[in-house]
Design a protein around this ligand. Structure first.
Ligand code: BTN
Length: 236
């Protein structure tokens, strides 16, 4: 699979770089970095990562029939990370909808989708690989592959595996939705869990039943099945 990678030792944020340069960068360019001084997480949080320990990169997509898939693509990114970890022998890998990857109940990877549909999309992935400790306050307990297996991983080879699987999965998004849905349902961290969520400004509580064909989360609230397509959810 052909892709072009631009690597920085230090950058403010790979997502920001791709957004600022999307017009000049080729479709399916990947921008990666050893360190981000302003790593960005979802909901305006920051993404902190020790220099050189982890995978930090962003993929640019300009092809219209892929960009159109907007919301699916962050899940496709999470699926690509989860599959790569399983291939490496990690088990208890789960995806917390919409796109966090969990290992042994802790967050090992986060995904941030940005851009301007239909012009372009940026999918940023942060995967904690060799970081030995996480200091500071985290909303969800973080982990790294090293902490779960007590083995350091060669970042370059993991990066190559993940890039190839990710680009392949993104290019196939229009043909493999059923397969992705099946994989997600088998790795759904929230399956059968009771969660709280916002529905038209109202906080509601319900039980997670899976996802629908648009990858919206299905939640049973009393007699109703509610389809949640975005927003923050909390496990009760
Ligand atoms: C989250 O779970 O909050 C999403 C985290 C996304 C982090 C990645 S690291 C590479 C890319 N560049 C950024 O500034 N953020 C994403």
């Amino acid at each position: 699979m052909k892709y072009k990678e631009i690597h920085f030792q230090t950058i403010d944020s790979t997502n920001l770089y791709v957004k600022q340069h999307h017009q000049d960068l080729d479709d399916f360019s990947i921008v990666s970095s050893d360190y981000q001084s302003k790593g960005k997480g979802r909901n305006d949080r920051s993404w902190l990562s020790q220099s050189g320990d982890n995978l930090l990169f962003s993929l640019l997509i300009k092809k219209l029939d892929i960009v159109k898939n907007g919301g699916y693509l962050s899940l496709v990114a999470a699926i690509s990370v989860a599959k790569t970890l399983e291939k490496r022998g990690f088990d208890r890998v789960f995806i917390k909808w919409p796109n966090d990857v969990y290992l042994n109940d802790k967050k090992v990877a986060g995904i941030l989708l940005e851009g301007q549909i239909p012009e372009y999309l940026v999918i940023g992935i942060g995967l904690n690989v060799n970081q030995e400790q996480f200091l500071g306050d985290y909303r969800i307990p973080p982990t790294s592959l090293f902490l779960e297996k007590k083995e350091k991983i060669d970042i370059e080879s993991l990066k190559k595996e993940l890039f190839e699987s990710f680009i392949d999965n993104v290019k196939n998004v229009n043909f493999q939705k059923e397969e992705y849905k099946k994989y997600f349902n088998a790795h759904n961290y929230l399956d059968n869990k009771i969660i709280s969520f916002q529905d038209n400004g109202e906080t509601k509580v319900g039980k997670v039943m899976g996802i629908d064909d648009t990858f919206a989360l299905l939640v049973q609230e009393k007699e109703d099945i509610i389809h949640i397509s975005s927003g923050e959810i909390t496990i009760k």
